[in-house]
Design a protein around this ligand. Structure first.
Ligand SMILES: Nc1ncnc2c1ncn2[C@@H]1O[C@H](COP(=O)(O)OP(=O)(O)OP(=O)(O)O)[C@@H](O)[C@H]1O
Ligand SMILES: [Mg+2]
Length: 254
């Protein structure tokens, strides 16, 4: 399966019953294997944009194409990690991860092998039999990432997945995410409120302005991968974070 490209053309969204659109005139081309971060003030339409790409809600205007197909038709290619990691409390870590596979009706032995592999990948094999309440925030998030990866996605849509984590854990998770991506070769669309995180992860940062949500700026992040603590300590990274923060402050004033 190839890594998909995502094209948004003049995309707009107005919810039924509201007078103003939430998003308007979004033009965006995401290349195969690209990591794009989206930042913008609360309520500017970041989650709405991800839901449109996922085909969970329809566009009011314009078109979205994932490898030339409509989001509905490209469902099998993608996985969504939501703003709050919603694990099923009554299922163990491995059972949470296996859920999507069970729903696909795959044979039990195949599911068990695949689940074990995924838990290994996110470093959770030792807590496979634990329940969500026994996990730290970071472990919960890694469980939901493993769950998202169970169906072998090529396009990952992530909505503030690390927002609830302390800075050190978040930094580590960022590096793990990039490492996994290197191995698995995904296209990623990643929403965050942290400029530092957006820049660290992405090759391109989209800054949205509100009322209605539109693309105010695109920042190319020309820092080499793999990215490490050394990246964070570099002047080039600092400069990009400062520049992007400035653009975000401007977007807030719109
Ligand atoms: N189903 C819906 N019906 C009506 N309005 C909605 C719906 N979903 C979102 N909105 C509105 O659309 C706007 C954008 O919401 P969205 O959740 O996309 O923002 P966001 O940028 O993700 O914010 P945050 O940073 O707080 O997560 C908000 O004003 C919200 O109230
Ligand atoms: Mg949101």
């Amino acid at each position: 399966m190839s890594v998909p490209e995502v094209l948004l053309q003049s995309v707009g969204k107005k919810f039924l019953g509201s007078t103003k659109p939430v998003l308007e005139g979004i033009d965006l081309a995401i290349e195969r294997g690209e990591f794009v971060s989206i930042i913008g003030p609360s309520g500017c339409g970041k989650s709405t944009l991800l839901k449109l790409v996922a085909g969970l809600i329809p566009c009011s205007k314009g078109e979205i194409a994932i490898d030339g197909a409509k989001p509905d038709a490209a469902r099998k290619l993608m996985s969504f990690v939501f703003q709050d990691a919603t694990l099923l409390q009554w299922r163990t870590v491995e059972k949470n991860v296996a859920l999507a596979l069970e729903l696909e009706g795959k044979p039990r032995e195949e599911n068990a092998a695949r689940t074990a592999q995924l838990l290994e990948l996110v470093g959770l094999s030792h807590v496979a039999k634990h329940y969500p309440r026994q996990l730290s925030g970071g472990m919960k998030m890694r469980t939901s990432i493993a769950r998202a990866l169970a169906t072998l996605p090529r396009l990952l849509l992530m909505d503030e997945p690390f927002a609830a984590l302390d800075e050190m854990t978040r930094d580590r998770m960022n590096e793990e995410l990039l490492r996994l991506r290197e191995e698995q070769n995904w296209t990623v669309l990643f929403v965050t409120h942290s400029v530092a995180e957006a820049v660290f992860l992405a090759s391109k940062v989209i800054v949205l302005a509100p009322h209605p949500g539109c693309i105010a700026h695109m920042v190319d992040v020309d820092l080499p991968y793999p990215r490490t603590q050394e990246t964070r300590d570099s002047d080039a990274y600092d400069e990009l974070v400062n520049r992007t923060s400035r653009l975000l402050r401007e977007a807030h004033r719109v």
